[in-house]
Design a binder for this molecule. Sequence first.
Ligand code: ADP
Length: 302
Amino acid sequence: GVVVVGSISADVTAFARRLPRRGETVLGDDVTVNLGGKGANQAVAAARAGAPTWLVGCVGTDPFGDIVSSALRAHGVTLTEVRSVGSRTGIAHIRVDASGENDIVMTPLANADLTAEMVDESIRAVRGRAGVLLLQLEIPAEVACHAAEAGARAGLTVVLDPAPAQPLPDRVWPHVAVVTPNESEAAALTGVEVVDVESAERAAAWFLDRGVRHALITLGSAGALSVTPERARHFPAYPVTPVDTTAAGDAFTGSFGAALAAGLDVSTAIRRGMAAGALATTLPGAGASLPDRKAVDELLDA
Ligand code: ADP
């Protein structure tokens, strides 16, 4: 199975013809409230890919906590390690205009209450049942670093999606089995401007130099670059017609992690992640656009 340590939020999205100017009010066309947060999205992606999936994170005791919990449950994520804390559920406040352009204020709230002790308890609770730990950076950085170390010590394959990109202490990298940045995250962390496969290879070397065993840089419609000390390999993307690229990276990581946890070899896991990422771009939004195992099988067999 897969254990995900990460953020959970309610995404409150207002749709309007155009975004308001500073101080202005515009009339909107619609508002939606959906499950979001990179941790929650990757957990849903892994569960839909067929893996027994535990999410370790915090929600509040407010009505948004119930909304996100029932959405996670409906997608098959196990909630035993989701803690209800005193503060309010994290909220991403999103505005989208008619062209699809958006802006977002993400407020962590309960996500800031996740502690190293909670992570330790949860890793103990899933011992023997989970083989892969998925991590992102929408939780306190020191908790993410602790989770990498504790997960590696417990024998889990630690997959770090360094998003949103931020500098991390050098000691975290040797605990990371696979790092999965996109182009801009790889650039922010390594200082290498990633524009093609060749520059992605230089960025990958930065991670390997610091002790990461496998750098897997996602390149959107250009696919992904996989670099280990043994070999560098480019995987071309599955051609699709994208309508909304939100959560492609989360679909990729969740599906990749589920495949690894099922014991599939790394190249197969990369292909399954990429197929899930491609499929996620063909539907609007995040949660509901995450493909299940059958959809991935169909794209791979096509
Ligand atoms: P992020 O959403 O984190 O920026 P990417 O855009 O790199 O991540 O997407 C992750 C993976 O999803 C890519 O490696 C690719 O395989 C797949 N993918 C993303 N966008 C497309 C696309 N337009 N066409 C085909 N595959 C895509």
